[in-house]
Design a binder for this molecule. Sequence first.
Ligand code: PBG
Length: 331
Amino acid sequence: MSRGQYPSTRMRRNRMTAFSRRLVAETRLDTADLIWPLFVIEGQNMAEPIDAMPGVFRYSIDQLLQQAAKAVELTIPAIAIFPSIDAALKDASGSLARDGDNLVCRAVSAVKAAFPDLGIICDVALDPFTAHGHDGLLDGDEILNDETITVLCEQAVHQANAGCDIIAPSDMMDGRVGEIRAALDASGHHNVQIMAYAAKYASGFYGPFRDAVRAGASLGKAGKLTYQMDPANSDEAMHEIALDLAEGADMVIVKPGMPYLDILARAKAEFGVPCIAYQVSGEYSMLCASFEKGWLDRERTILEATTCFKRAGADAVLTYFAPEIAMMIRR
Ligand code: PBG
């Protein structure tokens, strides 16, 4: 196709008026693109601020219900619930993950009972429950793959029993998606979806989240480098995604978000499956810090970042800004 040249072609013509900019926009945000991650704690009538994430709170279940109501009212399709567990209840093997009456399961049932049409997503990983903060079981310094999967399967089934719609394995053990799929199917949950954290990188951008769930202060020298991906790699992410899809993942997550848009774009182009971006805690806090300083314009920057996720190939975005974005879209 031959395209004209200046002066007959002027790229700026289409940009001159607001109506025209709207007409030619290739990407549009909708509240249907949003997933809102929320933190839950034990107690009553609690909304505990998280130091490293201004404007984000840990809610007791009664308060979580108010937030879920807000999600419904703002037509946000789904929330992701993360438990913040008392240190006294954590142990080396994350036993509480195997308890079908644990905090996250109770939170899921309460939200499901009150708002049956709101999608609920739960992480599958042991880090909220282990004293060391790793996503799996340890033998010395090694995070055990196969032994961990057994526990993850149990955790997933408990969460599905509680009413979780989408199981999101975020642990990065090899082969866990297939095993979790089989465990869900065997327990009558063949319609429960799996949103795999397929390309999950060992990232410094998770720092504030670990404050939020009070995990990860004692990860050791290698941190999560032996199971989460090296930020230097891209082909490897495609390999991870291919495996998770082959094992039965219904959707895949690329995480973190903004520094990894190239991975997201490749994932969408190469696989054509539902791709979800996670704008993680560090991205959230980084932006909030700049807003506080007056260095960035809050609404404009939030909308731009979200639009860019969609442009790069995301079908939806996990973002702590979800309710704020939904309010902006609706007005
Ligand atoms: C747990 C998990 C993490 C995040 C989501 N699930 C932290 C980690 O892997 O260390 C990070 C989310 C965020 O930073 O917003 N496996």
